[in-house]
Design a protein around this ligand. Structure first.
Ligand SMILES: Nc1nc2c(ncn2[C@@H]2O[C@H](COP(=O)(O)OP(=O)(O)O)[C@@H](O)[C@H]2O)c(=O)[nH]1
Ligand SMILES: [Mg+2]
Length: 442
């Protein structure tokens, strides 16, 4: 799923990240490419339009164009929009406490994965300590009851069935009353689907829902049905009401457009994804993780977020300005060193910078050097920090003494700083340069 979309997104974002500076046209071009990729992936047209418009609006703001790394800022915006599109926060099941009985109703078309998913949910909830009963209320397909019984046995969950009964509403009602009586806290009702939507199917589900008043009405959508899944979900939402969507067959090789459109069109959260045929193959749907996968660059996203925690935006902008005007001084350098501390270990930082991997290894970086550099700058006067050229031999001697280092150390730092200033101008947004800069820290 999402393979081709993710490849395209990565290359779009890469093309921006490699640029020293980003223009409005660069952004417009990138957004246009994103639009085409989303449409190619079979994402609903209205959803694409909404996504594109809001991304463009934010990306064209000054914040991006003037930021330290516009490519990364742009990635962050696309990422945030993608998370929102997929549903924002994680959404678990909304079940009642275990002192009473909660009811889950499965619904969807034939072959969408209702029965399989019902048993997967049963297994998951059992593991969470709930006492679960599965209910065989698909009385249309001859083998449906047996299928559920086999699956129920596999996951060690009781399957309620009434042999010979033809009325699914009656089965559901009796199952719930038995569950309450025998202190089951969770009832999962498997229902029948049809090849296509029809009145009989809808009426049957509506009747069952009325009879048992479910806590969760889960619509199981086959990821492979594409846009059609969206239309069908809307129909179920209107007639029965959906509390959440489970996307089955997420492991299949589909373009993924349905997954991206469902939340936005139907307005109901995606709660789980089916990732295989086995009972264990059910995962909580995490919008952020999926968005990272689609962008094909999760690590960059976490780097941007981490960097944002450390520098507030104004600070980042101030630094960008300084770099542009080439007024970056030793005080800024000291601030940067201290910011690096806040970001965690060098290992972690290197892991997150794509260009750094392979180019620089954490062993190459001597943390002690950072400490020495900080001590040296701290021994300088304010004036010296902003005018490094005036630091002659006698000042160097004084600074070395004050910081408990040697004149050679001070010389090294000043030389390094000079080299860095030269690189600054070229640095903007260029990852290879960032890696180079880390090397220079040594
Ligand atoms: N690969 C894969 N197959 C699935 C998944 N969920 C269901 N299936 C398969 O899809 C087919 C139909 O599933 P079933 O539960 O019988 O659908 P139902 O008619 O809606 O009850 C079965 O062969 C399942 O094994 C999934 O997440 N991944
Ligand atoms: Mg079934």
């Amino acid at each position: 799923m999402f393979d081709s979309l993710s490849t395209k997104f990565s290359s779009i974002i890469k093309s921006l990240s490699g640029k020293g500076r980003i223009t409005e046209k660069n952004i417009r071009d990138a957004v246009e490419e994103i639009k085409i990729s989303l449409l190619d992936a079979d994402v609903n047209l209205r959803v694409v339009r909404r996504f594109i418009n809001s991304t463009l609006e934010e990306a064209l703001g000054e914040k991006v164009l003037l930021s330290v790394d516009p490519g990364q800022q742009f990635t962050k915006i696309v990422y945030d929009k993608m998370v929102a599109l997929l549903g924002g926060d994680d959404q678990g099941l909304k079940l009642k406490g275990r002192d009473t009985t909660s009811i889950i109703l499965m619904m969807g078309l034939q072959g969408s994965g209702k029965t399989t998913t019902a048993s997967k949910l049963a297994l998951r909830l059992t593991k969470e300590g709930r006492k679960v009963m599965l209910v065989a209320a698909d009385l249309v397909r001859p083998a449906a009851v047996t299928q559920l019984q086999v699956l129920g046995e596999k996951v060690g969950v009781r399957v309620f069935a009434i042999p010979g009964e033809k009325d699914p509403v009656k089965v559901a009602r009796e199952a719930v009353s038995t569950a309450r009586h025998e202190l089951y806290d969770t009832v999962i009702i498997d229902t029948s689907g049809r090849m296509h939507l029809d009145e009989t199917l809808m009426k049957e589900i509506v009747d069952i829902a009325r009879a048992v008043n479910p806590d969760e009405t889960l619509f199981v959508a086959d990821a492979m049905t594409g846009q059609n899944a969206v239309t069908i979900a809307q129909e179920f939402e209107q007639k029965v009401g959906i509390s959440g969507v489970i996307l089955s067959k997420f492991d299949s090789d589909t373009r993924g457009g349905a997954a991206l459109s469902l939340k936005s069109v139907v307005g109901k959260p995606l709660k789980f994804i089916g990732t295989g045929e086995k009972p264990e193959d059910l995962e909580v749907f995490h919008p952020d993780r999926i968005a990272q996968r689609i962008l094909g660059m999760g690590d960059v996203v976490s780097l941007v977020e981490k960097a944002q925690q450390v520098f507030d935006e104004k600070e980042a902008e101030r630094l960008a300005q300084k770099m542009q005007k080439n007024t970056f001084d030793l005080q800024d350098y000291l601030d940067q060193l201290e910011n690096m501390d806040k970001m965690g270990s060098v290992d972690k930082i290197l892991d997150m910078i794509p260009g750094a991997k392979g180019n620089v290894s954490a062993d190459d970086i001597d943390m002690k050097q950072f400490e020495i550099q900080k001590a040296i700058i701290k021994s300088m006067t304010k004036f010296e920090r902003s005018n490094y050229r005036i630091i002659g031999p006698s000042r160097r001697k004084r600074i070395a003494k004050g910081s408990g280092t040697s004149v050679a150390d001070v010389n090294r730092l000043l030389k390094l700083f000079e080299k860095q200033k030269l690189m600054m101008k070229k640095l903007m947004g260029n990852r290879k340069m960032q890696a180079q800069m880390l090397k220079n820290f040594m």
